[in-house]
Write a protein that binds this ligand. Structure first.
Ligand code: KG4
Ligand code: ZN
Length: 338
């Protein structure tokens, strides 16, 4: 079965074709980073218009890469939420219209379920059940994943998501958008420990996170005096240490509490090298192993949506073709999925 995946929840347009027998046949992503850069963040209306421009060329590219025609697609999976309402509507209407024209089912997919299952696209995937650490621009969550569709929320951020904290702190340091990768790069040139930042909620005894205080702590340092480039690098390094230390500590605590030795890491912040290093070390200490998606599948993409959709279809959740009625859910808690 060949499933086309469409992702358009934020600032990346992703299209992919996944075959349940042969794996990923093709995938292409267009990132809008350059377009939003001038504004210091994502402009929703511009994002929606750009998704419209990109979807058909990306579809053609993926089909050419896969060596398939439209007629060979068996079903279309698309991100229905959470995300920007207008951006989601572009992907949803494109997917529903194409499915109706081809007489095949269209399937709404939860964006975070896509991220969560993306490590299963790797050559050496984890087995269920596992603990998942979801770290994206909008979410920081620890989940217990029993199987596809069975997600128990163990803890999440009470305020800013980890990616959001990276982005906001990067902005404070004048690094622009998107902040996460830029801050991580700057951190490599700095020395942690020269500035002392808190490790929020590390001893809270639960699996909740809080990152907004960290950004304020950085702001306090930045306001005290003019920072040189070396100061900024040291501050970035300490910030990265603080976030990754807390994430690693809580992820290991979740594994211990649930007696699980497989940890899956998904979402954009999962690309962070220091986070990977820390998680690998901490999880190895308890005899476990960390599973990551392929690096290019860490950030938003159509492959994870095609894959999540295919798993739903394999479970027998096949919507009637050509219904044409659809709705997007800009807010959609993952543990409300059935
Ligand atoms: O999953 P994603 O692509 O989009 C959302 O669904 O949010 O995650 C994007 C987030 C952004 O906040 C970005 O700054 C962050 O992931 N990010 C990073 C790194 N690469 C991306 N944060 C820290 N270090 C990185 N290397
Ligand atoms: Zn995402």
């Amino acid at each position: 079965m060949k499933v086309l995946g469409i992702e358009s929840s934020c600032d990346e347009t992703g299209v992919a074709l996944y075959d349940t027998e042969r794996g990923l046949l093709g995938h292409a992503v267009h990132t809008q980073v350059a377009m939003h850069e001038a504004y210091g963040g994502v402009v929703p209306e511009l994002a929606s218009r750009d998704h419209i421009r990109r979807l058909i060329p990306l579809l053609e590219r993926v089909l050419a890469e896969a060596g398939c025609t439209r007629r060979e697609i068996d079903a279309i999976a698309y991100t229905a939420g959470p995300g920007l309402a207008g951006a989601l509507l572009v992907g949803a209407s494109f997917a529903e219209a194409l499915a109706m024209a081809l007489g095949i089912p269209a399937l709404p997919v939860h964006h975070l379920e896509g991220h969560l299952l993306s490590p299963l696209l790797a050559d050496d995937p984890p087995a269920f059940p596992f603990i998942a650490l979801l770290v994206s621009g909008g979410h920081t969550q620890l989940m217990r994943v029993a199987r596809v569709g069975d997600y128990e929320l163990l803890g999440e951020s009470l305020d800013d998501a980890a990616g959001e904290a990276f982005d906001k702190t990067a902005k404070l340091l004048g690094l622009g958008y998107p902040g996460g990768p830029a801050l991580a790069k700057l951190a490599e040139a700095g020395t942690p420990g020269r500035y002392k930042l808190p490790r929020p909620m590390i001893n809270s005894g639960d699996l909740s996170f809080s990152f907004s205080g960290l950004k304020t702590a950085v702001l306090t340092v930045a306001r005290a005096r003019e920072l040189t480039d070396a100061d900024k690098a040291d501050l970035a390094a300490e910030f990265q240490e603080a976030v990754t230390e807390v994430l690693a500590a809580k992820a290991v605590a979740a594994c211990r509490q649930h007696r699980l030795l497989a940890l899956v890491v998904a979402g954009g912040v999962g690309a962070n090298r220091r986070l990977r290093q820390r998680l690998d070390q901490a999880v190895a200490k308890i005899g476990g192993r960390v599973f990551y998606p392929r690096l290019e599948l860490c950030t938003d993409n159509g492959a994870m949506i095609a894959f999540a959709g295919s798993q739903r279809l394999l479970q027998g959740k096949v919507p009637a073709p050509g219904g044409g009625a659809f709705a997007v859910r800009p807010r959609w808690p993952l543990d409300q999925l059935s």
